[in-house]
Design a protein around this ligand. Structure first.
Ligand code: NAD
Length: 489
């Protein structure tokens, strides 16, 4: 279908070579049509073993980790190769991820390609050494220098919802920092990762073994990567449940673990806000990419006195956003990724009904589509913040609207969650807004519609939403060790 995808399926990248998988191939499916798009190499445990060995050798036996300018150049080559093939990548992204075409000019494709510049620039400009000056200890005067060095071999495990964004937000900084990488993408979106292998081999000077890409339909390969003693660090994005397994699996080898996990973020609307504007914006945002975004504000906390008006505004916004064909320029809500994911969303809608929730709009599959894993944008009202659908991550286009009794109660309810990834605050009085910003325990916050997503902006979670930060200088430093060297002065 596409110049980047061979008819026999996409290959693995191991030790600088594009190779077939020892476990054969597995299918990748278009979630908007349910058609099999084609196949991807299915890696075996032995293939992953070879990929880890290649990454270890490349780290231990080349000067990759010390040649900062070379790494910057390699990352720019990858960025430029992706740009040169952006239309083929767009086609794959829409077909395999079900991503609305509109999003591919932003965070689903072109945004993260551009963000490689930030990582490349950091490889060149980062202060790799800091001189602490001299100090006297037990009569000896020493000059102390802090050096930052790559951690080593990084295992990167990624989900399917924003595959380019997440793959590149890991590969870019990890390589820029001087590490070597084994990338294991989600089984649902193998092509988005595998085509990087082809572009790397054909268009960059990245040395053999520096990056290895291992597609598989077996989640166990993730666990194998986590457990392997040759891997120094795991960078993981996915569900909180899997994140726990990753942390436990990494404990035997005391690996550094960097975790970007789930969310159930709250949008807080204060009583002096433009309530209809804030509610409409929030409802719209929850339908973007069928709600498959970890940082979406899927709990909407509105003043009790305005509850009915807010429900009406949210319902109006969501009713206008029909789930549709992701290839159409006007679509913002495409399909969810799989039948399994659609079943999961529908199960949550049943739970909402059982717990006494009112489905104001949506509530199931669109009547006009016989194929594709679509769910209508849905609004659930009349449930407390303690309800299952307000506490658990649904990962579908589902908004729960909840009443609050003033600023303190809104902060309390926003924090009454195991998660702490993101959120928003809407209000006119800067002092009240600031109190809410200070009170909410999350890694990112939007005030009155401000956008926090950018290459230089650290992103990540408090509480069960993760450990560490992706992107920004903080995201780069996750991939660095600290070595202090003291010399008599
Ligand atoms: P998932 O946790 O099911 O899978 C993520 C990855 O982990 C996949 O590559 C999978 O093969 C692998 N995996 C599965 N079991 C494993 C194990 N035992 N050990 C190691 N690896 C294993 O997540 P998903 O369904 O692919 O993605 C959706 C989830 O990702 C949501 O919870 C969402 O909130 C989260 N997410 C978080 C962020 C963030 O930055 N915080 C961003 C995007 C998605």
């Amino acid at each position: 279908m596409n110049g980047l995808v061979p008819s026999e399926g996409t290959p693995l990248l191991i030790g600088g070579k594009l190779v077939p998988g020892s476990a054969g191939v597995f299918a990748t499916v278009n979630p908007a049509t349910e058609e099999v798009l084609g196949h991807a190499a299915n890696a075996s445990a032995a293939d992953l073993d070879a990929a880890i060995a290649a990454a270890r050798t490349a780290f231990d036996e080349t000067d990759w980790s010390r040649n900062h300018a070379f790494r910057a150049n390699c990352l720019r080559q990858l960025r430029d190769a992706m740009r040169a093939h952006v239309e083929e990548l767009r086609e794959i992204t829409i077909a395999e991820v079900g991503a609305p075409v509109m999003l591919t000019s932003g965070p689903q494709l072109e945004g993260p390609i551009g963000d490689l510049s930030f990582a490349a620039d950091l490889a060149e400009t980062y202060a790799w050494e800091t001189d602490l000056g001299t100090a006297v200890q037990m009569g000896i005067t020493s000059r102390r220098v802090v050096r930052r060095e790559a951690v080593g071999v990084v295992g990167a495990i990624t989900p399917w919802n924003f595959p380019h964004q997440i793959n590149l937000a890991k590969i870019g900084p990890a390589l820029a920092a001087g590490n070597t990488v084994v990338l294991k993408p989600a089984p649902d979106t193998p092509w988005c990762a595998a085509v990087l292998g082809t572009l790397i081999v054909e268009h960059t000077d990245i040395p053999a073994g520096v990056i290895n890409i291992v597609t598989s339909d077996d989640h166990q390969l993730g666990a194998q990567l986590v457990a392997d003693p040759r891997v120094d660090m795991i960078t993981f994005t996915g569900s909180t449940q899997t994140g726990r397994a990753v942390m436990a699996g990494a404990s035997a080898t005391l690996k550094r673990t960097f975790l970007e996990l789930g969310g159930k973020s709250a949008a807080i609307v204060l009583d002096d806000a433009d309530i209809v504007g804030a509610v409409s914006y929030t409802a719209f945002s929850v339908a973007v990419h069928a709600g498959q975004g970890c940082a979406l504000t899927t709990r909407l906390l509105v003043p009790r006195a305005s509850y009915d008006a807010a429900v009406e505004a949210a319902a109006k916004a969501l009713a206008n956003l029909r789930a549709g064909d992701p290839t159409k320029p006007g679509t913002i809500c495409g399909p969810v990724i799989s039948e399994r994911q659609r079943d999961r969303v529908e199960r949550y809608l049943d739970i909402a009904r059982e717990e006494g929730g009112r489905i104001v709009v949506g509530g199931g599959r669109p009547g006009d589509k016989e194929r594709g894993f679509f769910i209508e944008p849905t609004l659930i009202a009349d449930l407390p913040n303690t309800a299952t659908v307000a506490q658990e991550e649904i990962f579908g286009p589902v908004l729960v609207i909840i009443a609050h009794d003033g600023d303190d109660d809104a902060i309390r309810q926003a924090n009454e969650s195991p998660y702490g990834l993101s959120g928003s605050v809407w209000g006119a009085d800067p002092d009240r807004v600031e109190r809410v910003v200070a009170g909410v325990r999350t890694g990112t916050l939007s005030v009155n519609g401000g956008l926090w997503y950018h290459a230089d902006a650290p992103f990540g979670g408090y509480k069960h939403s993760g450990i560490g930060r992706e992107m920004g200088v903080a995201g780069f430093e996750e991939y660095l060790e600290t070595k202090l060297v003291a010399t008599p002065a």
